[in-house]
Design a protein around this ligand. Sequence first.
Ligand SMILES: Cc1ncc(COP(=O)(O)O)c(C=O)c1O
Length: 412
Amino acid sequence: MLDVDRIRKDFPLLSIEYGGKKIAYLDNAATSQKPVQVIDKISDYYRTYNANIHRGIYKISEKATEAYIESKEKAAKLINTDSYSEIVYTKNATDAINLAAIGWGTNNIKKGDHILITEMEHHSNIVPWQMLAKKREAVLDYVNVDRSTYTLDEESLEKGLEKNPKIFAFTHVSNVLGTINDAKKLTRKAHEAGTVVLLDGAQSVPHMGVDIKDIGADIFAFSSHKMLGPAGIGVLYAKRDILESMDPLITGGDMILSVEKQSSTWNDIPWKFEAGTSNVEGGIGFGAAIDYLNAVGMDNIKTHETGITKYALESLAGIEKVKTYGPAIESAAKGGIVSFSIQGVHPHDIATIFDSQGIAIRAGHHCAMPLIKSVLELPAAARMSFYLYSTMEEVDRAVQAIKSVKETFHIR
Ligand SMILES: Cc1ncc(COP(=O)(O)O)c(C=O)c1O
């Protein structure tokens, strides 16, 4: 059991008020709030050891370098990889997937090859593959989402894998449906077809224990800002042989071993992918966020979010003209995300009325247009998403806000 009251005290933003209303922050799938432990860590870096890393032969530079590397060690341990050399820091998950699509894809995708993704992907796991397919004259295939269970359609998956795609890139957890894909099983099936696997962990690593070695995926991406850390820092993990075979995209300082007038040689992994001055404060703050999550316990976070999500789904189930999208309440494969619509009301109007009551939710296409349009057949959806500090009381406020929306628009 989480001591949510205690946890909430660590997050200054959760006690702010707008127009006399305490904020209910229910947009955690977009980004998370930050605890004082992370804020203070970054502030301490600026105040007491701000220096460039790798370069200075002086104490504060050495301390900054150590703290930056230590954060990579923490990220490596969090997802159970062998060493921090497999942890490349990027700007975010999007940047990480682009680096993989271009860095790995350019060397491995040829004309006529198949690339497999799914209908439930975020744009950041669609557009890079569209670009690559166009450039290499490859074929981009989709695994369908089952319209009643909101899970990946097994038959469609088999058909996709029968074409022996070069890569299967899929999300661990859908940012719209909350569906948790069985990443281990899907990876095994893809490997049986000789297919490399890229797993998008943007919505899984913040909310549950993830053992990438056990899952077996070859490439993995996630973002610090969705897991209590600062924005501007993300992770590309890939197996050593993949990272070693990939060309860097950005070149310049720090990523080289030597530079001659006409040619250069690359630094070891992960540094060959990190050209120029690093986001030092981002890395250090990310390390503090991982410490915080570990202290609370990923399993405890998952259990707490499951309880809140069940409560939200049960509360919404009784309200007429409200529809939710995602696996059923009883399903174990459901993360802390509840997308919903109110018949006859545009989601932007829903979010505006929620906002007037101090409740922050997301409305729109959630960067998943193919899913929203072809699977849910909606112009947009409203979404509540939870985290370790979310409460049943916030869900009750959301339910009241839905009732206000219905009254305002005379929906019975
Ligand atoms: C499933 C999924 N993948 C990738 C991303 C991209 O993350 P970022 O914007 O941090 O790059 C998101 C962001 O919402 C997401 O939900």
